[in-house]
Design a protein around this ligand. Structure first.
Ligand code: LLP
Length: 470
């Protein structure tokens, strides 16, 4: 986070809080979240997109923006409150995420609900709290939303999740006619053309027809989410062009201009030195220009815009602290044949691992690490930081230079663990999941309590032998 520094003794601080002292009180592993960094990033997205879309020569080119923070990246009551205090909305993807939002007092009209397989109970909760939109993912779901809304005697605000055929991979994106994945409604019609006419006969068109015909559905717009950890604006631009072309097709077919366009999340962050994601303002300006131009070409008013960043708001606000345990030097082959050589790789084991951060093992994700508890003038040693789980893939940082005098008891900090670490954490090997401590202006407060050994046993049923009643 931007508020990381070193104190006079050389120990790392975040938000004015000494991390050594924090670990002495809390133990490790521990997640630390910089409240300032979270709020600053939330505001950056809100302000950049609002400003970019408020520009434009005439009224029809200007529009408003809602930023939905994607709670799946990291969510607890405190964070949901920050989201609302910063004037953002909250995107949820399950009944449980809605429950946390409700506990935080998030008003229904500032919530959205996603998911490719929502239960009736989730749809009922969404309608009862009056969410701003339910993002429908399939034709059968539209029928289910209609049925649930009819039973409740309410109208459901619905967006359609579409697959624009843009698959963004960091810098790169490749257009495919059909995306072979579980989300969304395809825009490709029976003619297999990618032109506007090519929408005819598409699942997306059928979904619009069904939603428009449904008595208890207000069709408010279309949505897409093109991928994760995207650095460049071009994927968002291509997706916006395609969805706007579809909105023009809907206008021709039904005589209505759907009022909202959601371009999803996926904005990238720097995990390791050398990662260079674009600033929110650059993405916003580029996307807004494309949206304005495309709308002018198609004769559409610029729709209300929404986006759903998760990682780009919370990712760099989080760090994980670990204590160094076993250090082992292993001889490894670094070349073969005539150049055959061996080197020493230093395996540094820490007291967590894939249970608190499964991203390296799931996605081959890169992280870095720094010595947090002191500074050292010892020369660097190439290290692999590994966890304590019973799997050789349990790696925290694949390659990182750490001081050569690293020793048992040192505390390491792994930056950029705010997104998809706590939310993907597990109790593998019966490790208690770490708590989350928010730091700001020199004070630290728990926002998620760390699990205890009592928690670990809480759901275990020791006396169940012979019992068959469930
Ligand atoms: N909107 C929708 C509909 C999504 O499916 C997602 C993420 C987001 C927004 C937020 O994306 P973000 O801005 O955070 O990239 N576990 C993976 C990421 C899974 C993302 C799932 N959907 C990881 O750790 O990289």
């Amino acid at each position: 986070p931007a508020d990381a520094a070193r104190d006079d003794a050389g120990a790392l601080t975040v938000g004015g809080v000494g991390l050594t002292e924090l670990t002495e009180r809390l133990g490790t592993p521990a997640y630390v979240l910089s409240e300032d960094e979270f709020r600053t990033r939330a505001r950056a997205f809100r302000d950049a997109f609002t400003a970019a879309f408020a520009a434009g020569d005439d009224e029809a080119q200007r529009t408003t923006v809602d930023v939905y923070y994607a709670g799946k990246a990291f969510l607890c009551t405190a964070v949901a409150r920050w989201v609302i205090e910063e004037d953002l909305c909250l995107d949820t993807a399950s009944g449980g995420e809605m429950l946390v939002a409700l506990r935080a007092g998030v008003p229904g009209p500032r919530m959205g609900l996603h998911g490719n397989n929502k239960s009736d109970a989730e749809l009922e909760r969404a309608l009862d709290v009056g969410v701003a939109r339910i993002v429908a993912d399939s034709l059968p779901e539209i029928a289910r939303i209609e049925a649930v809304a009819a039973r409740r005697g309410v109208r459901a605000p619905v967006m359609l999740r579409l697959t624009p055929g843009v698959h963004a991979h960091t810098h790169d994106f490749i257009a495919t006619a059909h995306e072979d994945q579980k989300f969304g409604l395809s825009l490709t019609g029976d003619t297999q053309e990618t032109s506007e006419a090519g929408f005819t006969g598409s699942p997306a068109e059928a979904a619009v027809d069904a939603a428009v015909a449904a008595e208890h559905i207000d069709l408010i717009g279309v949505h897409c989410h093109i991928g994760s950890q995207i650095f460049e604006p071009d994927g968002f631009e291509a997706a916006a062009r395609r969805l706007l072309a579809f909105l023009a097709h809907v206008k021709d077919r039904h005589g209505v201009e759907l009022p909202e366009l959601d371009l999803g999340g996926g904005h990238g962050i720097a995990y390791v030195p050398g990662d260079t994601p674009r600033e929110p303002a650059e993405i916003a300006t580029a996307t807004a220009a494309v949206v304005r131009r495309t709308c002018a070409d198609l004769g559409l008013a610029v729709p209300h815009i929404s986006i759903e960043p998760g990682r780009a708001i919370v990712g760099t606000a989080g760090i994980t602290l670990y204590t160094v345990g076993t250090i082992k030097d292993v001889r490894v082959d670094v070349a073969e044949g005539q150049n055959a050589a061996t080197a020493i790789r230093r395996y540094v084991s820490v007291d967590g691992g894939m249970s608190d951060n499964p991203r390296p093992v799931l996605y081959d994700a890169d992280y870095s690490a720094v010595l947090a508890s002191r500074t050292s003038t010892a020369g660097p040693a190439l290290c692999r930081v590994v966890g304590k789980h019973c799997e050789s893939g349990d790696i925290v940082v694949r390659d990182v230079y750490l001081p050569g005098d690293l020793r048992v008891g040192d505390v390491l900090a792994v930056p950029a663990t705010g997104a998809y670490c706590w939310s993907l954490s597990s109790n593998y090997n019966y490790l208690p999941r770490p708590g989350v401590t928010a730091v700001r202006d020199g004070s630290a407060r728990p926002i998620v309590r760390g699990e205890t050994e009592t928690d670990l046993l809480a759901r275990d049923v020791p006396d169940a032998v012979g019992e068959t009643d469930v």
